[in-house]
Design a protein around this ligand. Structure first.
Ligand code: NAG
Length: 505
């Protein structure tokens, strides 16, 4: 598969980078920002937001203005603007036909893209995605009982199958799940009898004739409205939501529990898994992800921080604390180290579209499991094995706890997952071939073919290879999505969304 860049969208559209001599000035176009210059230091002061970016030759300083000044980042040699953290994309999801793509970000916003129709006079316009709707899904909140701030960050988005002209999706932050309805209007009614064009009621005694209202075309208007709010069911942080194949129920999972909801009922949910020990000091394991089976509405799986996966059958018991199947690969004693348990933690689990397999992502690999074989995966793919020698520094900078997601292509024949340095990996299950690609502004011009990247591990470095030591661990691709039918992929790299598509001819 040859990939082309289709769209590159930065959510921080109001920030511009100017360059003078060796200085980089970061300017926001939202008018409330001032640029000061002292010697070779450029200071960008925002009058409203509380994050500032200062920059000298090879020094980036991010300063918070809220009372005390804090330096967050130093000595970066590249010219990347430090994105405002609210713009960092935290989830990406295609709808069931792939025509719509939703992203969620740390600032609680949801942006929906729609694929434009093919047009005869613009043959190259095939497949372009444009912004369809943007709305604020979650706001920051405060839990007064626990004195805890509840972030607005969108952890997951799941589409519901379309049932009428409107679209629906579920979005969740750490605590609250919301059902949104997204509807569009491109016609308006005119010529009412009881009110005039401004909407004011007319005096009934002065209405002497009846007229038939008509529908007139108008500019497309897309509205998002919250339909249901599913709150107060999770004590811990929600990591997963998954719509069931019955299209009437869905599950939500936090660190210790899985709940089952009916889409129409917001005031109660059923707790179907609870792994909270009576004494929290005995806690050794947390739930990291959960998903419903794509065809059997009684079956779901959840993964754990110990690298195991449990498959449960809701017909067996109301509380599925005892799994029906338990998937675990015996550990290789020769590779045991201090980090073994941390890197075996599963960050994502996804059923194949066929429902026969599931895929899990841990820190260094992706594994494909046959649901009929519990003792080991049928396929294991190394994502970035060269990091095994770097685990110590990855532990120190907390990267070892990054939660990479993974996804299947529509035919279940290929899988994709992210890595560092804005690299992402694709594995062909039939040919066993794999490829490393990079989502970067510099290397991806629109419609240019993406080149395979290679990381050199020790020894001599060949031309075009990048050494393990120069990988940037701040640039990570945690979230990716694959169009359910075509070779179109969406890759979230910090605050940038890249959409690549297979070259057609
Ligand atoms: C996905 O979105 C497209 C575009 O609006 C729509 O036509 C399609 O029905 C949606 N698919 C499903 C299965 O919901």
């Amino acid at each position: 598969m040859t990939l082309l860049l289709l769209l590159l969208l930065s959510l921080s559209a109001d920030i511009e980078v100017l360059r003078t001599h060796d200085l980089v000035v970061v300017v926001s176009l939202s008018a409330d920002i001032e640029v000061l210059r002292t010697h070779d230091l450029v200071v960008v002061v925002s009058l409203s937001a509380n994050i500032e970016v200062l920059r000298t030759h090879d020094l980036v300083v991010v300063v918070s203005l809220s009372a005390n000044i804090e330096v967050l980042l130093l000595h970066t040699h590249d010219l990347v603007v430090v994105p405002l953290s609210a713009d960092i994309i935290s989830t990406v999801e295609f709808n069931y036909s792939g025509e719509l793509l939703a992203t969620g970000d740390k600032g609680g916003r949801v942006v929906i893209f729609q694929r434009e129709q093919e047009s005869k006079n613009r043959p190259h316009s095939r497949g372009e995605y444009n912004v369809y709707s943007t709305f604020q899904s979650h706001e920051p909140e405060f839990d007064y009982l626990k004195s805890l701030e509840i972030e607005e960050k969108i952890n997951k988005i799941r589409w519901l199958p379309q049932q009428n002209a409107a679209h629906s999706l579920l979005s969740t932050n750490d605590k609250t799940i919301k059902l949104w309805k997204i509807s569009q209007r491109d016609k308006r009614a005119e010529g009412y009898n009881l009110k005039d064009e401004d909407g004011r009621l007319r005096d009934p005694f002065r209405i002497t004739s009846l007229r038939v209202p008509v529908l007139l075309p108008m500019d497309r208007m897309v509205e998002a409205s919250p339909r249901r709010i599913f709150a107060n069911a999770h004590t811990y942080h929600i990591n997963s939501i998954s719509v069931n194949s019955d299209h009437e129920t869905y599950l939500s999972a936090d660190d210790l529990r899985v709940n089952l909801w009916h889409l129409e009922i917001t005031d109660r949910s059923f707790n179907i898994v609870d792994i909270k020990p009576a004494n929290m000091e005995e806690l050794t394991e947390v739930i990291t992800a959960a998903e419903c089976h794509p065809h059997q509405c009684n079956v779901f799986v959840y993964s754990s921080s110990k690298g195991t996966i449990r498959l449960c059958d809701m017909r067996a018991a109301a509380l599925c604390d005892r799994q029906s199947k338990f998937f675990e690969e015996p550990e290789d004693p020769s590779s045991r180290s201090f980090f073994s348990e941390i890197i075996s933690s599963i960050s994502d689990v996804k059923f194949s579209h066929s429902g026969r397999y599931m895929m899990t992502r841990d820190y260094l690999s992706v594994k494909v499991w046959d649901l009929n074989m519990e003792n080991r995966p049928v396929e294991t793919y190394q994502v970035h094995e060269y990091l095994r020698s770097k685990l110590c520094s990855l532990y120190e900078n907390d990267c070892i706890f990054d939660k990479f997601e993974c996804c299947w292509n529509g035919a279940d024949s290929a899988i994709m997952t992210g890595s560092y340095n804005n690299f992402f990996r694709m594995f062909d299950r039939n040919t066993r071939r794999d490829i490393t690609l990079e989502a970067s502004r510099e290397n991806s011009k629109p419609r240019a073919i993406l080149k395979a990247r290679k990381v050199s591990t020790g020894g001599k470095r060949k031309k075009d290879e990048i050494s393990v030591d120069s990988l940037d661990f701040n640039k990570k691709i945690l979230h990716t999505a694959w169009h359910p039918k075509e070779n179109v992929i969406a890759v979230a790299a910090t605050n940038n969304l890249y959409i690549f598509q297979d070259k057609i001819n």
